[in-house]
Design a protein around this ligand. Structure first.
Ligand code: SF4
Ligand code: SF4
Length: 225
């Protein structure tokens, strides 16, 4: 994998008003780039602005972004380099990729990291306080850069066990109990190249998920179906 040193962007950001730290740079538009054109004045990027993932189809809104670089060509060269790498790695991405409905194998054995924003969103969704969500559902392990505050708990101490928010175990088909508020780590997860897929499940047919996750205020940890 190719690595780019984004720290040089800091030199330019003071003058241009761009993000002052690489982590703050909004690189999301670069994640689904379809086309890039670079001429002497502009970088033009066509990308998928919004992908709505349904269980067996993706709805994609496309957009074009033109960056005019006048007195900061080096900044744009750096951005263009990042985009080139993104394009190189994602150019084979098909428009419509989806997991078989009910699979969720990756919701076991994988710890989604959560940021403060993720925890707050889950707290708002469940009608709980930030502190309660941290205590009940998050293993408190701040990352070195302070961005992540920990990862979501499993239903047991075994890290290969199911995510505490995974629902549907009785039916054998699973779904996320906090889907609208799930961590960015989960939303960004992709089935491309996934080896853990439950191949016994079909992509066809409707899959009706059940009730959402409800916190169990008496016992803590919450109610799973
Ligand atoms: S196909 Fe892979 S990525 Fe999709 S739900 Fe199953 S295990 Fe997760
Ligand atoms: S929050 Fe939802 S999507 Fe994320 S691991 Fe848990 S059950 Fe899966």
């Amino acid at each position: 994998m190719e690595t780019i040193d984004l720290t040089t962007l800091r030199n330019f950001s003071r003058r241009t008003g761009q993000a002052t730290h690489p982590e703050l740079l909004d690189a999301r538009p670069m994640e689904h780039v379809n086309k890039i054109e670079i001429d002497e004045e502009h970088v033009t990027i066509e990308f998928d602005e919004k992908t709505t993932r349904y269980y067996n189809a993706n709805e994609i809104v496309k957009r074009e972004w033109v960056y005019k670089y006048n007195d900061d060509p080096e900044f744009v060269k750096a951005v263009a380099k990042v985009i080139e790498v993104a394009r190189k790695h994602l150019k084979d991405l098909p428009d419509n990729v989806a997991c078989p409905p009910g699979c969720a194998e990756c919701c076991s054995g994988y710890e989604p990291f959560v940021s403060r924003a993720d925890v707050q969103r889950i707290a708002d969704h469940l009608g709980m306080s930030y502190a309660d969500v941290m205590r009940e559902y998050v293993v408190n392990r701040p990352s070195a850069d302070g961005f992540h505050v920990g990862w979501l708990r499993k239903v047991s101490e075994d890290l290969s066990d199911k995510c505490v928010f995974l629902m549907g175990s009785r039916s054998g088909r699973y779904y996320c109990g906090i889907y609208e508020a799930r961590p960015h780590d989960c939303g960004d997860f992709t089935p491309i190249g996934c080896d853990d897929v439950d191949e016994s499940l079909s992509h066809k047919g409707e899959y009706k998920t059940g009730a959402p996750f409800k916190p169990n205020r008496k016992r803590g940890r919450g109610k799973r179906l």
